[in-house]
Design a protein around this ligand. Structure first.
Ligand code: SF4
Length: 302
């Protein structure tokens, strides 16, 4: 939950009176997002009775890591299950940014189906909630042993919304997640170290800037609209119709762009051996139609 949602939930659950809510939210926030606790009983500055009542009404449980892979170059890929049939991937890339970056997903599947992208072959199942997006960071910090972490020693310093999904088609949840992740009393990842990458949903760009103050990356993929429309409507994945240019071609292209006065750093693909590089993410989650859900419920004798 965001701070506002947490405050409302505590009051609605009669955990505290409105005038005490700010203090209570501050306490819980430190335990959840700075200490990373997943058990109310660990909150030693909260009285026992309140801890018990919190545990009756709320959970701090993490989503399940269904699969964890580590590539030869140190990249870690997590397949995370948020609910039955709702799974998405996120990827930790060491030695990127100030210390290391986590590539998070914002949707299960994707609204778009860029022809070079593995996620694009998976129809949109649903948007991830703010909590599910923030949970990818919490899961990674658990795995890196980053609770509580001093800003200077941490291994996870940057967040990139370059995983599964088009973040600008889920902007409200992405924005709330950035509020949770960047809060200085909690995980305290600076908004200047959070990059939202979009395939170019122009109408939402201004709102992204106003709501999040995060950094922006726009994936052009092509030098002209005709080709762009064909590609959006790169890294190899099983049955991918494309292959990567050779290094000399990539360097020649970067040199042309540089000569024209535009910085064009070449990003080295990481984690290809575990399908963790850009455009290689995908889960087996499928959108289940309401009729199928009803049939499944009926079959289960619900
Ligand atoms: S490149 Fe991005 S927008 Fe395009 S299909 Fe893949 S995840 Fe979706």
């Amino acid at each position: 939950m965001t701070r506002t949602a947490l405050r409302e939930a505590l009051i609605a659950a009669d955990i505290c009176a409105p005038e005490k809510a700010k203090m209570r939210v501050g306490q819980l926030w430190r335990w959840i997002h700075h200490q990373g606790v997943t058990d109310f009983d660990a909150m030693t500055n909260v009285d026992k009775e309140t801890r018990a009542r919190l545990a009756e009404r709320f959970t701090l449980a993490r989503p399940e890591i269904v699969e964890r892979q580590i590539s030869a170059d140190g990249v870690r890929k997590y397949l995370i299950r948020f609910a039955p049939g709702i799974e998405a991937e996120s990827v930790y890339i060491p030695d990127v940014g100030r210390a290391g970056a986590l590539c998070v997903s914002s949707q299960v599947g994707c609204t778009l189906n860029c022809t070079f992208c593995h996620t694009g072959t998976q129809a949109l199942v649903r948007n991830l909630t703010a909590g599910e997006i923030a949970a990818q960071v919490q899961v990674c910090r658990d795995d890196l042993g980053e609770w509580p972490s001093d800003k200077d020693e941490r291994k996870l310093s940057n967040i990139v919304f370059m995983g599964m999904g088009e973040p600008l088609y889920n902007l409200d949840n992405v924005s709330d997640a950035i509020d949770i992740i960047s809060d200085n009393e909690g995980m305290a990842l600076s908004r200047r170290r959070i990059t939202v990458s979009t395939a170019g949903v122009v109408p939402e760009l201004t709102r992204l800037g106003e709501k999040t103050g995060a950094m922006l990356a726009i994936s052009l993929h092509a030098t002209n609209d005709a080709l762009r429309d064909k590609l959006v409507p790169l890294n190899p994945w099983p049955n991918s119709p494309y292959e990567c240019s050779d290094w000399a071609t990539i360097e020649a292209f970067a040199a042309i762009v540089n000569k024209a006065g535009y910085a064009s750093p070449i990003r080295t693909p990481r984690g290809r051996d575990i399908l963790a590089a850009c455009g290689q993410l995908r889960s087996e989650s499928k959108k289940v139609r309401a009729s199928e859900l009803r049939a499944m419920a009926a079959a289960a004798g619900a």
